[in-house]
Design a protein around this ligand. Sequence first.
Ligand code: CMP
Length: 140
Amino acid sequence: AIERTLSIIKPDAVAKNVIGKIYQRFEDAGLKIVASKMVHLSEREAGQFYAVHKERPFFKDLVSFMISGPVMIQALEGENAIATNRDLMGATDPKKAAPGTIRADFADSIDANAVHGSDAPETAAVEIAFFFPGMNVYAR
Ligand code: CMP
């Protein structure tokens, strides 16, 4: 099915100047960028976005990392967009990410792991609505 997913290019990858290289991978995989914006998140916004991880031991480090510099946020659309984007990203821990994935090629650590991508249709709808409230995206 045609889906939408929320993607974030994190501060480490923005600082490495690889936004274009990552966008190229999305487009080469048939994903269309249907919304995008560069934002320097506040602590409150980052905490709200990652609220599901609030009780996890890594939450504080995750939030401080995500507000350490600007991020590039996009909604991607295409056939199986959620899984396609997760395949492109590779495993959360770059040490475990398959060769040729975004995280294997651009990420340095589990926190500075270059990209975020929604993990399911329900979270994609919530995450897209969080950053692009005008988009009227509903879970399929
Ligand atoms: P992301 O897909 O943005 O979702 C939550 C983030 O928490 C994850 O990528 C990692 O960057 C970060 N993180 C740090 N430690 C862990 C961990 N042990 N398990 C999962 N995510 C972690």
